[in-house]
Design a protein around this ligand. Structure first.
Ligand code: HEC
Length: 205
């Protein structure tokens, strides 16, 4: 007897704790304390009688630059100064830069240029299978090796012929990091014995 009274009290307490908001009803729950759930606001693209042009979304005042988006350094953002490609990558060539470059290269470039840069990536293979002749350039061939860092950066930025640019998908910094990594891939296929530290050379023979 006692047990069933306890059980009854407990289940009523449990029901009370679940609260009204969880009830399976389509009606708006009764809000005793509104908890700021409802407040005046504009939704994106909505109309507004408050502004003379009738739009709730406002344009930023002319000349406004978002934080971190002031691209003052032309060489860094375009890879070109005075109509000439920048010669050398402005980033410090560190392990962190190369790691970042590898990550971004493998995300944005390898689908077409393959992970090594010298083969046809999956997009190219599919295009060949579909009978289309659309081949990504071989990034390890001498012609591309001879390009300056700025030229490769510029291709990654704006694209070239049948390749699209990645200006909007990949940040300026990360496109330079990609250039550093492409250089590492190129170097990996054209190293000489002199590139190996002297004390390790004997192990290669
Ligand atoms: C959707 C496929 C695709 C992706 C992704 C892609 N490329 Fe390309 N890329 C191409 C094609 C196709 C060409 C050959 C363009 C031509 O000659 O018409 C090319 C050519 C190039 C060239 C040589 C340009 C020349 O003058 O011949 C470079 C350098 C290059 N890509 C770098 C990159 C880098 C760096 C990335 C990553 C940010 C990248 N590509 C991503 C398809 C791609």
């Amino acid at each position: 007897m006692k047990i069933s009274i306890y059980a009854g009290v407990l289940s009523i307490a449990a029901l009370a704790l679940t609260g009204c908001a969880d009830m399976k009803t389509r009606n708006t729950p009764l809000q005793v304390f509104p908890d700021m759930k409802k407040q005046a606001k504009y939704k994106p693209q909505a109309a507004s009688a408050f502004f003379p042009d009738g739009r709730a979304s406002r344009r930023p005042p002319a000349g406004t630059v978002a934080q971190g988006q002031l691209n003052e350094d032309e060489a860094f953002t375009t890879g070109i100064v005075d109509g000439m490609y920048v010669g050398k990558n402005p980033l410090p060539i560190t392990r962190a830069t190369l790691e970042r470059g590898r990550q971004k290269y493998e995300t944005y470039c390898s689908p077409c240029h393959s992970r090594t840069g010298g083969e046809v990536g999956i997009v190219g293979r599919k295009s060949i299978a579909a009978g289309l002749v659309w081949l990504p350039a071989n990034l390890l061939e001498p012609r591309v090796k001879e390009m300056t860092d700025g030229e490769i950066y510029s291709v990654a930025t704006n694209g070239r012929r049948s390749m699209h640019g990645y200006k909007y998908q990949v940040s300026d910094h990360d496109r330079w990091a990609i250039v550093a990594y492409v250089r590492a891939l190129q170097r990996a296929t054209s190293g000489s014995l002199e590139d190996v530290p002297a004390e390790l050379r004997s192990e290669l023979r």
